[in-house]
Design a protein around this ligand. Structure first.
Ligand code: SF4
Length: 326
């Protein structure tokens, strides 16, 4: 690939967005923002990021927090394993690294929840090391720049892009270079129709030269989502409602949910909802169960329930409970 560094950095200097985590990009702030931004749009992350930084202004503050408090601040952002790993990682950095993130790609990569992308982002943005952060936006950009026929989901292709872009990182401007690649991919080299007329790389771009931008990136065929039918029980007793804590592994690990299972006699249907995850769809039917018996769950008053992180999959049922005073 032709050297894209100079036009890219010039474009970034003029067009970079003012984002709260860019104000003083230390490793803690870069790390939290990058974990939040995985699978999530910038606009959705802004408010969460500000609230999180106010509650946990340092890695030590995060390490000392209760897990439920961390999950509560994550409520609605989805992919909750990110929050659990964030908390786990904060404890390790505080206890073993004296509160300092290592200025080394491999050492960063070894921390929980930090993959190739996040390690690259922290290394380049916080420590100015020549490591690229390759996300889906950067892969799409690279595939078009080089008119690459390989599927962008191919792990070997992603590794090769990371090596190639890391090697291009200019000394002293590594953070700007990796941020610029992501920003150009996200704001100009758009997934649907790229804005080639505004692109600083339109001359070296192979797909643009050939008039074939619509052919790239080459994508692997998507597997259809699995559909799961679920029962959601609003089990009531006195002024309390039952919630069950999900296990430590898998989808929505460690979060509170309304119990499921057989619909008891006397239950009344209260609503239906569909929630779409990456690989599965939940089709849910909710029932209100007055005078419910004990079971594998705990009882909470309305104000106690409000303190807990309940995934947005259950938003409609949480709203019903709220309205009923539970
Ligand atoms: S010229 Fe168009 S297709 Fe090529 S990198 Fe720029 S925006 Fe993407």
């Amino acid at each position: 690939m032709t050297d894209i560094t100079a036009p890219l950095l010039e474009w970034y200097g003029k067009h970079k967005r003012a984002l709260p985590w860019r104000e003083s990009p230390d490793a803690y702030r870069v790390w939290v923002s990058e974990i939040m931004l995985q699978q999530t749009r910038i606009q959705a992350v802004m408010g969460y990021y500000e609230r999180f930084m106010t509650a946990f202004p340092s890695v030590e503050a995060l390490a000392q927090a209760e897990e439920d408090a961390v999950l509560k601040l994550w409520e609605g952002l989805g992919y909750y394993s990110r929050a659990r790993n964030l908390h786990k990682c904060a404890k390790i950095v505080t206890e073993r690294c004296d509160g300092q993130f290592p200025a080394d790609y491999k050492a960063l990569r070894a921390l929980p929840g930090i993959g190739d992308y996040t390690a690259g982002a922290i290394a380049s943005i916080a420590f100015n090391l020549p490591e690229a952060a390759v996300d889906g936006n950067v892969m799409r950009l690279h595939a078009r720049l080089t008119a690459c026929p390989t599927e962008i989901q191919n792990p070997a292709y992603r590794k090769a892009v990371q090596r190639e872009l890391s090697a291009l990182s200019p000394a002293g401007q590594c953070g700007d270079f990796s941020s610029a690649l992501m920003e150009l991919g996200e704001t100009v080299c758009l997934p649907g129709t790229p804005r080639c007329g505004e692109c600083p790389l339109r001359e070296p771009c192979e797909a643009n030269k050939r008039g074939e931008t619509a052919l790239y990136p080459v994508m692997a065929a998507k597997k259809p989502r699995r559909v799961e039918e679920r029962t959601v029980l609003l089990l009531l007793r006195g002024n309390r409602i039952a919630l069950h804590k999900r296990g430590d592994k898998g989808l929505l690990a460690g979060l509170w949910e309304f119990p499921g299972g057989e619909v008891p006699e006397g239950a009344e249907m209260c609503g239906e909802a569909v929630h779409i995850f990456t690989h599965v769809e939940w089709h849910m039917k909710g029932y209100i169960v007055p005078d419910a018996p004990d079971g594998d769950y705990q009882w909470f008053t309305q104000s106690e329930r409000r303190q807990l992180a309940i995934p947005s999959a259950f938003r409609c049922f949480a709203a019903i409970a709220e309205e009923m005073g539970y």
